[in-house]
Design a protein around this ligand. Structure first.
Ligand code: BGC
Length: 295
């Protein structure tokens, strides 16, 4: 049977069909209708779902179910998005709303958990028993592989590594707490810091740093210092075999990873560090992972 995956982000809703071999065989996206309410989000999902089915000619009966990745904490049993601050969803019964619109069983998953599942099944974490994935985008997400399985949290709440407090009383986070790792290690941090120097995105800062712009280099150095502290703390807690870094900023490749590895090596407790690699399942990892949760 085919499976359908959604990756709902604050900018776009990406979606696609995953075949029996875990391959994404068709995909599309629509803009996230920011500020227009839950019904508009459900309508946008229904629209892209139908568009993909129409385009591929896939019969609705061929779709076993729909996995939905969201950037926040979820209760899959209750079908609730508990808190997805970057979407404005709080205790939203998204699964039942989508089931009514799509006429398919719907299962929710955290977006970074979905990406981690995809990396573990087909990407950079394949074969690992203890590993971590960190996604760097608007926020910081992460998923944990323990004993070769995605760790769902001791009480079923999953993990929220982006909201580990990196700096007491530090930068204000969208979750309402000050000092979360997300406010120091996300693309949003680079974009905010860059704005003071006329650079409007994380990509701009990284490109300018690559060109040797002294302001951008200083911003990037400070970013690596914070990100390195964060990753070293994760290493000290878990002693993972491998850490995969995904999300937009990971596109900087060795420009990011070389100084990051050196910083983590300096700060980590152990004599040797685990491998730190760029995620390889690509931008579609969220859609694929969402599809993979449908059994
Ligand atoms: C959310 C996470 C999510 C991450 C990436 C964070 O702000 O709390 O649940 O995985 O952003 O989207």
């Amino acid at each position: 049977m085919l499976r359908f995956g959604f990756d709902i982000g604050g900018t776009n809703i990406a979606a696609g069909i995953i075949d029996e071999n875990n391959r994404l065989i068709a995909k599309d996206s629509v803009k996230f209708p920011r500020g227009e309410g839950t019904d508009a989000v459900v309508a946008a999902c229904a629209e892209v779902y139908q568009a993909i089915l129409d385009r591929t000619g896939a019969a609705p009966d061929a779709i076993a179910g729909v996995g939905v990745a969201v950037p926040g904490s979820v209760n899959p049993e209750a079908g609730l998005v508990i808190d997805a601050h970057n979407l404005g969803f709080h205790h939203t019964p998204l699964a039942s709303l989508l089931e009514a619109a799509l006429h398919k069983p719907v299962c929710l998953v955290n977006d970074a958990d979905a990406a981690t599942l995809a990396e573990h099944r087909i990407g950079a974490l394949k074969g690992t028993r203890t590993a971590m994935m960190i996604t760097i985008g608007t926020g910081i997400g992460g998923g944990l592989i323990v004993n070769g399985m995605l760790f769902g949290g001791g009480r079923g709440n999953g993990t929220e590594p982006g909201h580990m407090v990196l700096c007491n009383g530090g930068r204000h986070c969208t979750c309402g707490i000050d000092g979360c790792a997300e406010t120091y290690c996300s693309a949003t941090r680079l974009a905010k810091d860059g704005a003071a120097f006329g650079m409007s995105s994380a990509k701009d800062v990284i490109e300018a740093a690559k060109q040797g712009n002294p302001d951008a280099l200083e911003l990037f150095r400070a970013y690596i210092d914070d990100f390195g502290s964060y990753i070293a703390s994760i290493v000290n807690l878990l002693d993972p075999e491998r850490i995969a870094i995904g999300g937009g900023v990971s596109g900087a490749g060795s420009f990011l990873l070389d100084p990051l590895r050196a910083d983590v090596a300096r700060k980590c407790f152990f004599e040797t560090c685990p491998e730190i690699v760029v995620a390889s399942a690509g931008n579609d990892a969220g859609i694929i992972g969402a599809g993979l949760i449908i059994s």
